[in-house]
Write a protein that binds this ligand. Structure first.
Ligand SMILES: [Zn+2]
Length: 385
């Protein structure tokens, strides 16, 4: 069983999962130990599945389809009770199951998810897309005069690379009066420290060349930073987001917290940059639109280049089963004349369609005040609609 955090590749595979006249169960369980004690997993799972079962019975699905869903529910319950173990940085458990097609996949995510069960011809993957979008590859370089630790952070997962040690035994004094011999020793120590920093800076450059990160955070004392920073390659200096008050000797939990905070900071900056660009494009009448009606209209036309959406925005609506027609109101598909079918969340359908058209999704964290300016959803367009 795969115990690793979900990858972008796995989400893409799910995206290509085509409806095949069966019902797919998408099960999400928040297993964040800060909010949900593990003793509750079983009860929570049973309640979620029982409630969904009851609501499904009220809808008029064929008996044999419901029996398959029941099979999936049993397997999910069995997995949570007998096989799931909370390990590492896992905060969310996701299971996509379709007994009719012999499909049962377990995914772990490093972010809390909203506990829910969705039964639909498509797997419900919107929360997974949101999770992928929110993360960037960061490198954390923790350096002091003797040691260095290099870690990358991606989707809340921390990977530690090789450590570096210098052969410095003494310590550069902060100032004062020395004899000639002491000054000579002092200079030799300083040279060793610079060599140590240089090795670290070279290693960071090598990681950058291998595509291991987009942003850098340097954990070191402010008085050492002025010596280290100029040693970083000129490619790397602009990637440094911040100096952090942590070092290689700090506890791993302190380091992880700092890393995750760094991730959030980058996400926030990016959200603001995207919203600003969208509002500016709208104001000058450029290739952009806002509001749910306009966005839904742009997608079936293939005009949506990048969907910008509040990560907590949901809306029931209608979709055509044969083409990408999306609407808020019940009615006939304006492209092919079929009756559009109701869906729980038309935003989810919209996102899937945009991704299939090789467009992008930009999630904005729901508490951003500027989301009002675009009525919670907007898009950059390929052409004017
Ligand atoms: Zn249609």
């Amino acid at each position: 069983m795969n115990d690793n955090i979900i990858t972008a590749e796995e989400v893409r595979e799910l995206l290509e999962f085509q409806p095949g006249g069966t019902l797919v169960t998408s099960f999400y369980l928040n297993v964040d130990p800060r909010h949900v004690p593990s003793s509750k997993f079983t009860t929570l799972t049973r309640n979620l599945l029982r409630d969904k079962q009851q609501s499904l019975e009220k809808e008029d699905w064929p008996r044999e389809m419901l029996d398959k869903v029941k099979e999936d529910f049993k397997k999910i319950e069995n997995f949570v009770i007998n096989h799931f173990e909370l390990k590492g940085r896992v905060r969310g458990l996701v299971i996509i199951a379709d007994a009719a097609r012999d499909f049962f996949q377990v995914y772990r995510v490093a972010q809390p998810v909203k506990s829910q069960v969705v039964v639909d011809p498509d797997p419900y993957i919107r929360p997974l897309i949101a999770i992928l979008d929110e993360y960037h590859r960061l490198m954390l370089v923790l350096v002091d005069q003797r040691e260095a630790r290099l870690l990358t952070v991606y989707m809340g997962e921390i990977l530690e690379y090789e450590a570096y040690h210098s052969d410095v035994r003494g310590k550069v004094k902060e100032g004062g009066w020395y004899g000639l011999e002491e000054r000579r020793i002092e200079r030799s120590i300083k040279n060793k420290i610079v060599r140590h920093y240089q090795r670290v800076a070279d290693a960071v450059l090598e990681h950058f060349r291998r595509g291991h990160f987009e942003y850098l955070f340097i954990g070191m004392k402010v008085e050492d930073y002025s010596l280290f920073f100029p040693l970083l390659h000129s490619y790397l200096q602009p990637l440094v987001k911040e100096r952090l008050d942590i070092g290689p000797k700090d506890h791993i939990n302190t380091i992880i917290d700092a890393a995750l905070k760094a991730e959030r900071k980058i996400e926030e900056e990016e959200d603001n940059r995207i919203l600003e660009q969208l509002v500016e494009t709208l104001n000058r009448g450029g290739l952009a639109t806002k509001g749910i009606d306009n966005v839904l209209r742009s997608i079936p036309l293939g005009a949506c280049q990048a969907l910008v959406v509040d990560d907590d925005y949901h809306m029931p609506g209608y979709v055509c089963e044969d083409c990408p027609y999306l609407a808020l109101q019940e009615g006939i598909c304006t492209f092919c004349g079929k009756e559009a079918l109701p869906v729980e969340d038309v935003i989810e359908e919209a996102m899937e369609e945009v991704l299939l058209q090789r467009g992008e999704i930009k999630y904005i964290t729901a508490d951003n005040p500027r989301l009002e300016e675009i009525s919670h959803i907007g898009a950059f367009l390929r052409y004017q609609i």
